[in-house]
Design a protein around this ligand. Structure first.
Ligand code: HMG
Length: 389
């Protein structure tokens, strides 16, 4: 029996900063960000959006299309948690009107959390194929202003319904994982911005790709040529090209031509290039991008994925796109959302960045900004209050 992604949707805030504007302010050649790092825009969440609203906004089209019945598991992956006790999954459970017979849990391992949630959900569905699982991954990537990580910020969420006999993608059972205890990127509980050793983190991403790939290749007997496209975790899109070179070297095969590399990698990078890093949502935002932007039909084609979470966890896995998937994707919704975003000036970006969540326990009402169907309406007595827009 096939288990996998029945429906998948992604959501990103309605505001962005163009990285050429940031480059000018930081006195950097814009080509460094656009070509060297491979990013053009970064999504900026206004004060009335947080991981709960981003995830609920991503999930609403999925639950409206599939129906709520039978969703017995809700896993929420994030490293931008809003509460140390209550799972963000429960806020979404309420907003989405899911059935009470549903396990709701939040889980974390940096950017790898979304993949962990997907694999755990698939295992739970395999054990009980009549159950459906909703996997949410949402994050807001923040680094200090003026730091080298700043141009790799972003925000977004992915929602995936995991079922037996899925309509979009069947997951292959074989995977390759690699774990190592390192400090390449971390965010202590008292900080809103991450610390990162950027060069070391990039090196560890590329280093751990190889044992993860080798374990996957040994388990599955597949080679690179068995994959029609590759979707990598994308803290910045240039890393997909670096990863492909590494894999070719590890396999002892010649690197593809520039045209072939663009064919293999390009469609999965289109959305990430204009949203920035979405941490736990990133690799499956790449899947949305691929499904929405591949020029050829993907029916029956195998996709390879590499997920990396700092700290660090790495996993290589794959899936086969289901025949007829095009009738079940949210391409028009994704396009309209991305085309209707508002560009921020540098000053507006800095004002939003410096806006701190009120911590005094008072009654705070948040002005409505543009965004998806749910918003954070305010905070009163340290409790977040969400509402439909
Ligand atoms: P940096 O020091 O600002 O940039 O850091 P650089 O000097 O390394 O330059 C970047 C590239 O631009 C280089 O290309 C330059 O040559 C090129 P490369 O040699 O790498 O191919 N360049 C130019 N190209 C064209 N025209 C120009 C020009 N100038 C330079 N004029 C870095 C870059 C990504 C390290 C930084 O942005 C950073 O620290 N980002 C945050 C950390 C990060 O994204 N790490 C990635 C791996 S870790 C990960 O993925 C996990 C993570 O998502 C978190 C989680 O798991 O939760 C981050």
């Amino acid at each position: 029996m096939d288990i996998g992604i029945d429906l998948i949707s992604f959501h990103t805030p309605s505001y962005y900063l163009d990285l050429r504007v940031l480059a000018e302010r930081r006195g950097v050649d814009p080509d460094k960000f656009v070509i060297g790092v491979g990013q053009e825009r970064m999504a900026i969440p206004p004060p009335d959006q947080d991981i709960v609203t981003l995830a609920a906004n991503a999930a609403l089209p999925v639950v409206e299309k599939a129906g709520r019945d039978g969703i017995g598991l809700l896993l929420f992956a994030t490293e931008s948690g809003i509460d140390q006790s209550k799972a963000a999954a429960l806020f979404c459970h309420g907003l989405l009107g899911l059935p009470p017979e549903c396990r709701c849990v939040e889980l974390k391992e940096a950017c790898y959390g979304g993949t962990a949630a997907l694999r755990l959900a698939a295992a739970m569905v395999a054990a009980n194929p009549s159950m459906k699982a909703l996997v949410l991954a949402a994050d807001i990537a923040r680094y200090d202003l003026g730091s080298s990580g700043e141009p790799t910020q972003g925000a977004g969420a992915v929602a995936m319904l995991v079922t037996a006999n899925p309509r979009v993608m069947a997951l292959d059972p074989e995977t390759g994982v690699h774990a190592e205890d390192i400090m390449d990127f971390w965010r202590p509980n008292y900080r809103a911005e991450a610390f990162v050793d950027g060069k070391y983190s990039t090196r560890m991403y590329l280093t751990t790709l190889i044992p993860a790939w080798k374990a996957y290749a040994a388990a599955s007997g597949r080679t690179l040529a068995d994959h029609a496209h590759l979707a990598f975790h994308m803290p910045f899109t240039k890393i997909a090209w670096k990863s492909l070179s590494r894999l070719c070297r590890a396999e002892g095969v010649p690197e593809p031509s520039a045209g072939e590399a663009a064919r293999l990698l390009g469609p999965a990078t289109v959305w990430n290039r204009i949203t920035g890093n979405t941490y736990s949502a990133c690799v499956h935002e790449g899947l949305c991008s691929l499904l929405d932007n591949a020029p050829e039909p993907l029916d029956g084609r195998r996709i390879g994925f590499f997920s990396y979470g700092s700290g660090c966890m790495a996993e290589f896995y794959s899936g086969v796109v289901r025949p007829g998937y095009r009738g079940h994707v949210f391409t028009d919704l994704h396009r309209a959302m991305l085309e209707n975003r508002t560009e921020l000036t540098y000053r507006q970006y800095e004002d939003i960045f410096n806006y701190g969540v009120p911590q005094d326990g008072g009654d705070h009402v948040f002005a409505p900004y543009r965004g998806g169907p749910f918003r954070l309406a305010g905070i009163n007595g340290h409790k977040r209050r969400y509402e439909p827009r």
